[in-house]
Write a protein of this length. Structure first.
Length: 372
């Protein structure tokens, strides 16, 4: 059985993922792509572990640039995430600096002697003990590989045990130091496990972002959190997602997550929002056929907490995916650090930008308060 057949034993979570610091430039940076800008690899050390992230400077950028931190999902790669979701053209067209951190990773052997690589993020919820709101998984849930840095894992644990919040904070510091960016316009999005990390960072690093967008993601039951300062959120999920279900029932792998309603309620309470949940729509949500609700009349009047369901959507970013491109692949910039990972094929087909158009339209509404 080859690695792909082995992965097929896991449900959509894996398959959809197929969704003091020093900063050093890659010694062998890639040549500029056809649009004229290379993808830059950067390396930092956090807690004694070398970590990497990638930066896409937009073509014809106007400084200071807004920044979008984009976090990949479980088993995915930083460069594969950009490729599979066709994000480079959108960054170029809209002039924002795109930053792609790489989650920690380790190889897993398959029964036939092959292997595949697990990547993940520590959202400070999935690996922790259940709370009164309920268990993280059912008794016969899929048993995911335990990351070696964890030492041992409880039955429902599956994510990294590294300090990913600290790593991301250092990435933000390094980006601010190297590039001419707009300090008021730092945004964050993430998909699946990356969306869970986005929720966690939105709570723990609230003051560093102007708005966030967690996508097809919820934290484990009882771990919904709110930002320490008012932080607008756009949450997207699929009505037929059987991996991170929206109704609080076990998914196909037996894991359970907080409902979108509860996530919004906790987030809105932290922002002192008084109205909601109420129906919400705009031209982008209508064009995508999304059903949205929002909390408003918050302590910061223009801030909102919005949640949108794609009724027929599964475990995938609504309106933003190149179907022929696996998010687990790597582009040339990541060949050296992940030499055993499948290489990304040439893009095939039209890049649909509806999902990122919706997110960017939301992001553009907001600015982070200027530092005193």
């Amino acid at each position: 059985m080859n690695p792909h057949e082995y992965l097929s034993r896991y449900p959509a979570f894996v398959l959809a993922a197929l969704l003091v610091f020093g900063c050093a430039a890659d010694e062998n940076p890639s040549a500029p792509d056809e649009d004229g800008q290379p993808l830059l690899r950067r390396v930092i050390v956090h807690d004694g572990v070398e970590r990497e992230y990638f930066v896409r400077v937009p073509v014809n950028s106007k400084e200071p640039m807004p920044v979008v931190l984009a976090i990949h999902g479980y088993t995915s790669t930083a460069t594969g995430f950009e490729a599979a979701h066709g994000l480079e053209p959108h960054a170029n067209a809209n002039g924002y600096l795109a930053v792609y951190p790489q989650g920690s990773h380790f190889p897993v052997e398959t029964p036939d002697g092959g292997s595949y690589r697990v990547t993940s993020w520590n959202d400070l919820a999935a690996n922790l003990d259940p709370r009164p709101e309920g268990p993280h998984c059912v008794a016969d849930a899929t048993e995911y590989p335990c990351p070696p840095e964890c030492g041992s894992c409880n039955r429902c644990a599956w994510t990294s045990c590294y300090d990913d919040s600290g790593f991301i904070a250092k990435v933000l510091d390094a980006v601010e130091a190297e590039f001419e960016t707009d300090p008021e316009r730092y945004y964050m999005l993430g998909v699946s496990n990356g969306g869970m990390m986005t929720l966690r960072l939105g709570c723990n690093l609230s003051a560093r972002f102007a708005a966030i967008a967690p996508i097809i993601a919820q934290l484990a039951p009882g771990y919904a959190c709110g930002p320490s300062v008012s932080l607008p959120m756009l949450h997207l999920y699929g009505g037929k997602d059987n991996t991170v279900r929206y109704d609080g029932l076990p998914g196909g792998d037996g894991f359970i997550y907080t409902t979108p309603e509860r996530t919004m309620e906790v987030w809105a309470a932290a922002m002192s929002c008084n109205k909601g949940p109420a129906s919400w729509e705009n031209e982008y949500s209508n064009a995508m056929g999304l059903v949205c609700t929002a909390w408003s009349d918050c302590e910061v009047p223009e801030h909102e907490v919005i949640s949108c369901m794609e009724p027929g959507g599964g475990h995938d970013w609504p309106g933003q995916r190149i179907e022929t491109m696996p998010a687990t692949c790597v582009t040339p910039e990541q060949y050296e650090s992940m030499p055993d990972q499948a290489r990304c094929p040439e893009p095939d087909g039209e890049v649909v930008q509806a999902g990122m158009d919706l997110v960017w339209n939301f992001f553009e509404r907001y600015r982070r308060p200027a530092a005193n």
